[in-house]
Design a protein around this ligand. Structure first.
Ligand SMILES: C=CC1=C(C)c2cc3[nH]c(cc4nc(cc5[nH]c(cc1n2)c(C)c5CCC(=O)O)C(CCC(=O)O)=C4C)c(C)c3C=C
Ligand SMILES: [Fe+2]
Ligand SMILES: [Fe+2]
Length: 363
């Protein structure tokens, strides 16, 4: 391969650092054509569907992309906000707030968000940051638990951009924060706040996005990390073992996925006499289709249908102050050694000029 000519970092331009908050991505509209584009990109990622490419492309284009887009579009339509897809709206807001939180702590840097599938694409954002003189990028995948399908796929996409780029910024990656005390405390705070308003349930179900079970046997740490988050959150809340449960949602395809499955578990528990349950989805940094539609709508209906009486959905950390402080702490720890507390060169020069002028004026 050959490297394209690229604009050099201009001499004397400010050396800047950036944080790139990366999430999964979402369709651009709740319509079948938009879903087809999104799902084609998402489900063609070999990190997401690990079966031989040729066989999978036949199934994907021959069956899945003919049926699923319309069905998924209807689900997206039920949670779509006036400003767009919830995942897009929250992730955009989180990046803006994170810039503010880090700024208040004296860090001069740029925070942007990017999506692994759809837009704004990771490569598009890295290119834009480079054009703004950014020479250091901290990549923060918005996935508390590491998995090959999510975290590693973000790294793949950064690497794909890097493969084509001559003058690379310095790059750092955050792999996980599933057991970060700030993350656990932020989740515990939001559960306690929910209980203060609605009373404590008989059972707290912590529902994580599923993965094919074979990924666990192939060495993916995702399952272990979900269980650890669950245990730490239960400990922080002082729950007894029978008062909490970790389950897995969003099964895709016919293979066995991580168990227990969320909705069948809720149905079975309701049938067995459970009346009041709370659901939280700690693996999602922001509310999205999988939490707002699959849990807060579908799982609720299933539970009530089987005789359950009260179903509480506890939102994701989204833009909560505790969640944002946690992200700022996390980024700050990984920014160590980068000169983010110094003013960028150009701003520094201008501040010095201003100081000299002021000094001259008082003399
Ligand atoms: C939080 C971690 C996630 C893991 C792990 C994950 C694995 C995974 N997902 C699919 C298939 C689909 N997921 C879909 C939506 C979706 N998935 C995540 C997160 C994880 N996925 C999020 C945040 C979302 C919501 C996006 C949004 O726009 O709100 C979908 C699309 C929706 C649909 O058609 O059902 C699919 C498909 C697989 C196969 C997989 C593991 C290998
Ligand atoms: Fe998913
Ligand atoms: Fe789903």
């Amino acid at each position: 391969m050959s490297y394209q000519a690229e604009a050099p970092y201009s001499h004397g331009s400010p050396a800047r650092s950036a944080v790139l908050l990366c999430n999964l991505g979402t369709p651009e509209a709740p319509t079948a054509p938009a879903l087809r584009r999104y799902l084609a990109q998402f489900l063609s990622d070999p990190r997401v569907v690990e079966i031989p490419k040729l066989v999978w492309q036949l199934i994907l284009h021959g069956i899945i992309l003919r049926v699923r887009p319309a069905k998924s579009a209807a689900k997206y339509a039920s949670v779509w906000l006036p400003e767009g897809s919830p995942l897009q709206v929250w992730t955009d807001k989180q990046a803006k707030l994170l810039q503010g939180y880090l700024g208040e702590r004296g860090h001069h840097l740029i925070v942007r968000h990017a999506m692994r599938y759809g837009r704004p694409a990771i490569a598009e954002q890295l290119k834009a940051l480079r054009a703004e003189g950014v020479t250091r990028v901290l990549v923060l995948p918005a996935y508390p638990q590491y998995s090959g399908a999510t975290t590693a796929s973000v790294v793949d996409e950064v690497a794909r951009w890097a493969l084509k780029t001559r003058h690379l910024p310095e790059l750092r990656f955050i792999n996980r924060y599933h057991d970060d005390p700030g993350y656990i405390a932020a989740l515990a705070d939001s559960v306690r706040a929910h209980w203060a308003r609605n009373g404590q349930p008989e059972l707290l179900v912590m529902s994580f996005h599923g993965m094919p079970e074979r990924t666990l046997h192939l060495g993916d740490p995702y399952h272990c990390e979900c269980l650890k988050t669950g245990r730490l959150l239960a400990e922080a809340l002082g729950l007894r073992r029978e008062q909490w449960l970790v389950t897995f949602q969003s099964r895709f395809g016919k293979a066995k996925w991580l168990e227990p499955y969320t909705e069948p578990t809720l149905r079975a528990r309701a049938k067995a006499g459970l009346r009041k349950v709370d659901l939280i989805c700690p693996g999602f940094a922001a509310d999205c289709l999988e939490t707002l539609e699959e849990i807060a709508q579908e799982a609720r209906e299933a539970f009530l249908h089987e005789g359950g009486k009260e179903f509480g959905y506890i939102p994701c950390l989204n833009d909560s102050p505790a969640g944002m402080r946690m992200l700022a702490d996390l980024a700050e720890r990984h920014l160590q050694g980068w000169p983010t507390r110094e003013l960028p060169d150009a701003a520094q020069a201008s501040a010095q000029r201003q100081a000299a002028l002021a000094a001259g004026a008082t003399r």
